[in-house]
Design a protein around this ligand. Structure first.
Ligand SMILES: C[S@@+](CC[C@H](N)C(=O)[O-])C[C@H]1O[C@@H](n2cnc3c(N)ncnc32)[C@H](O)[C@@H]1O
Length: 561
């Protein structure tokens, strides 16, 4: 198989999250992203590495028998947001369930083979389920009119207007439409990612499912020279007026303006002004109230989150015997949702979360809910757990997509608690961490998927882990980092892994050359002659400071520095 070759075939299956597998005529398996099981497609091979072949979807030649006659959204196929909109919801659920089961079965040890894989739980709303969207400004095609919506499928630059988006409700669509029309009429320039010029970048909308409260945030650069006769404050005042006039009274709680001049294509908080109202809103989950600020983590499907937390609570309920005397650790606690849900059944809950703003919100939320046995600590789990004096009887883990840092996982395992619940939003990282946990004596008891992201390839998984019959308090378990399979993380963290991490966390694309430059700066071994200049005085492009920072962050994550 060669790069550039065109292949045709039927998609045999789809691996997590959206990797269609096509069997080419010569028997080679080609990964075709965004294809659906049963579709006949053509693809252009764009990567051939170590026996793995990837292709870019060119055309769907024949629909799959599984697909609906009409997809559920007019933007389907163009918008990069939803891959599985054309599959009936039941099919989406069984596909995700199978993908997670396959990933877990591939790592499950012989003695854990009898674990219970419970049927997937559906999102209470398969449509209009999101409480948060990050829309981008751009043009629909080169030098086309202003657009505000999602990235086109497979494009880093082009934006598609998503005025009829089905995974949000009418209020999202209304504020989106008002905002696009307002800035389009005034011909306000969008931030051009290649030229680094322009003003409008992103539009963040959050709406609570239970309270109906809305918070919006316009993210711009500080480049106000393109605003013509209008000064920035007149322009923004007009936008606020337009939103307030056309949005129902009382539900629009705050209109914010965030300035961000970073090269990375992610929403960052470099200073936020309140243009109207307040910079927070309230949501309710399982009879508890939560204050949410623009940049702190909160599950994006509120009703689905209730199902997720209920599932975790049921698993924990099975495990906590003498509830009133147990100390529970909620690691990676965000705004403290899980801690507060567990508070009534524990002596004390300690949450650890890296985002300071989320910790402040968690404390406020606990007070708001009248809970007095929750403590929240700001910092990296890896470091904070060395400083906590109390020992947990029970641990709940809800890490970010990359899973748990191996050194943090080691420290967590050292607590030797009899039971843990692991909530994961990325089954591939979950499977990796389960391998370590099993090797350290944890048994996988139960696994259940909860669909929080209908029409997309993502899914949450809840796992109950147990030390089995072993009385953990009497056993001293010795292990060291040398015993662990750290190959994925040590200076062996591969270039593709570093690139993926940087892209996922900052939106920046970095080259092998830049990674190797920063490796050298950090004193990390670089493969012999890897991207060395051909001669001493030859000039190579130098890594921009922002990309250097992102690469260093990745090195830190992988424990390389
Ligand atoms: C999937 S969220 C879970 C949040 C919370 N449990 C919930 O359900 O709302 C993961 C959280 O881990 C936090 N986080 C990421 N890396 C961390 C680290 N190294 N130490 C502590 N928290 C971290 C993120 O900021 C985020 O709030």
């Amino acid at each position: 198989m060669k790069k550039g070759q065109i292949v045709e075939g039927i998609i045999e299956r789809v691996d997590f999250p959206n990797k269609g597998i096509l069997r080419a005529e010569d028997g080679t398996r080609v990964i075709v992203k965004n294809a659906i099981m049963g579709q006949k497609v053509s693809a252009a091979v764009n990567k051939v590495r170590k026996g793995k072949c990837e292709g870019r979807l060119l055309e769907v030649l024949e629909k799959s028998a599984l697909e609906l006659p009409e997809p559920g959204c007019v933007h389907y196929g163009i918008c990069g947001g939803c891959t599985f909109q054309s599959l009936p919801y039941e099919e989406q659920l069984s596909m995700k369930e199978q993908q997670v089961k396959d990933l877990i079965d591939a790592v499950i040890t012989e003695e854990n083979k009898g674990y219970e894989f419970l049927p997937i739980k559906a999102s209470p709303r398969p449509k209009a389920y999101r409480n948060k969207m990050e829309f981008s400004f751009g043009d629909e095609y080169k030098d086309g009119p202003l657009a505000l919506g999602m990235h086109k499928r497979g494009s880093f630059y082009d934006i598609v207007n998503v005025g009829e988006c089905q995974i949000v409700d009418e209020d999202f669509r209304r504020v989106l439409k008002i905002t696009l029309e307002y800035f389009k009429e005034r011909q306000i320039p969008f931030y051009h990612k290649l030229r680094h010029t322009g003003y409008l970048r992103h539009f963040l909308v959050r709406k609570a499912a239970k309270t109906g409260e809305i918070l919006v945030d316009l993210v711009t650069t500080t480049q106000t020279d393109g605003l013509g006769a209008e000064t920035e404050s007149i322009l923004l005042d007009g936008w606020v007026k337009a939103l307030c006039e056309e949005t129902y009274d009382g539900v629009l709680k705050g209109i914010l303006h965030t300035k961000n001049d970073s090269v990375a294509d992610t929403i960052k908080n470099e200073g936020t002004d309140i243009l109207f109202g307040q910079d927070f809103f309230y949501e309710e989950l399982l009879d508890l109230k939560f204050k949410i600020t623009p940049f702190s983590f909160f599950q994006t499907n509120s009703l689905g989150a209730e199902v997720l937390y209920q599932t975790a609570r049921e698993f924990i309920g099975d495990a906590l015997d003498d509830e009133a005397s147990q100390t529970v650790f909620d690691l990676y606690s965000g705004t403290g949702t899980i801690a507060q849900i567990l508070s009534p059944v524990a002596k004390k809950v300690i949450g650890v979360e890296i985002v300071e703003e989320a910790v402040v919100a968690a404390r406020e939320n606990a007070a708001l809910n009248g809970l007095t046995n929750c403590e929240f600590i700001a910092g990296d789990v890896l470091k904070v757990i060395d400083k906590i004096e109390e020992k947990p009887d029970y641990i709940v883990l809800d890490p970010p997509r990359d899973g748990i840092h191996p050194k943090a996982l080691e420290k967590i395992i050292r607590y030797n608690v009899p039971q843990m619940v692991y909530i994961s939003c990325k089954p591939t990282s979950l499977a990796r961490d389960l391998e370590v946990l099993q090797a350290r004596g944890y048994k996988v008891k139960k696994v259940q998927c909860v669909d929080m992201f209908p029409s997309t390839g993502n899914v949450e998984t809840v796992v109950l882990l147990s030390k089995g019959e072993v009385d953990s308090k009497k056993i001293r378990v010795e292990f060291s980092l040398e015993d662990m399979d750290m190959s994925e993380f040590q200076d062996g963290a591969t270039y593709p892994q570093i690139k993926e991490y940087v892209l996922e966390h900052t939106g920046l694309k970095v080259s092998n050359l830049y990674i190797s430059q920063i490796k050298r700066k950090c004193g990390i071994r670089v493969g012999k002659n890897y991207n060395l200049p051909k001669s001493e005085d030859s000039r190579q492009p130098q890594c921009l400071p922002e990309k250097e920072k992102a690469i260093r962050e990745a090195f830190k994550y992988f424990g390389m520095i």
